[in-house]
Design a protein around this ligand. Sequence first.
Ligand code: NIG
Ligand code: FE
Length: 405
Amino acid sequence: MSLSPQLRRLWRDVTLFDGLCVRPAPMTVLVEDGRVAGLWSQGEFDERHAIGAVECGRGGVMTPGLVDCHSHLVYAGNRAGEFEQRLEGVSYAEIARAGGGILSTVRATRAASEEQLVEASLPRLQALLADGVTTVEIKSGYGLSVADELKMLRVARRLGELQPVRVLTTLLGAHALPPEFAGDSDGYVALVCNEMIPAAATEGLADAVDVFCEHIAFSPAQCELVFQAAQRHGLAVKAHAEQLSNQGASALAARYRGLSADHIEFLDEAGVQAMAAAGTVAVLLPGAFHCLRETQLPPIELLRRYGVPMAVASDANPGTSPICFPTLVLNLACTLFRLTPREALSGMTAHGARALGRPDLGRIEVGAPADLCLWDIQQPAELAYAVQPGRLRQRIFKGDLTHAC
Ligand code: NIG
Ligand code: FE
């Protein structure tokens, strides 16, 4: 069901989570021209605002559309065999060193055409949308050549044209060393800096640049070169940081005014301080923690103490987090990382948006883009409490009703 976004639309008596807080009383919400045009608590509403507005619903919980700020949704193939190997005790790093892991997805993704990648990725995107996502970041990183990385980014952009969702794209050329550069990781980093980043920037295909800073991927010095190249081309930076070991990648990202440092299980206090000073968002990825059966917890208490905003994202990918179910990820953020349900929800709305450099998103406030979800639940905490598909009653994207039950 899709109606004109120009309509005035009205919802009454909703319990409203605005991206940071739950409003104490039921609210009336008016949307016009794709934006939130008015918010009133019960008793404040002047019925003249309802004139000419379509009554879209009453009751339920309204949240901002979910913002999934870290995903690897575009890829071919799957890694179920590797999942079985890990259950038998082989580690993620051992599989990577043996040429599997990310490189096995690189082989499948290189072999796939753009059309095949769109077809493979669309159901994953639709699963996110059915569970409330209105903005998703999609990374490249399974191409690892100029042509294949650009192919992935074009597919990501195409997905955003095919579905009512805002797609932001991130070039993750420095994800793994491709086989043709074996023994020459500096040579590959030079390719990322001198060819991949300029090409993605010139073609307008990337909104940001990411790196995997880890002993099985790239060193802090190499990641710094990538950050410098990104900045020369006006692209924001972020990092897969401190996932398997403490490399100081979060502090490095902070030095480059990074949007976010993601994973951060091994982050130390100095890194937290650097992120706090730079306004770099901590992106928590409990799906990867869960699927890798990690035991090192991210320093949640330190992040709270220093006031670092915490985002929560799916990290949807074929290896460490084959999960396209955002509200399950909210549940994992609470059960595994001990976030409160409110923190988890802010992590996938207001703070997720900050991690994308889009603080205008992930909030319900007058003037904000009307990306909204209406859920069939009594209180916002239920989104993190229960793991249950089918609770999304309506999904509103840029003021347009894109999913209605
Ligand atoms: O976010 N850590 C590196 N990158 C991805 C996993 C990619 C993969 O294993 O395919 C992550 O966990
Ligand atoms: Fe990731």
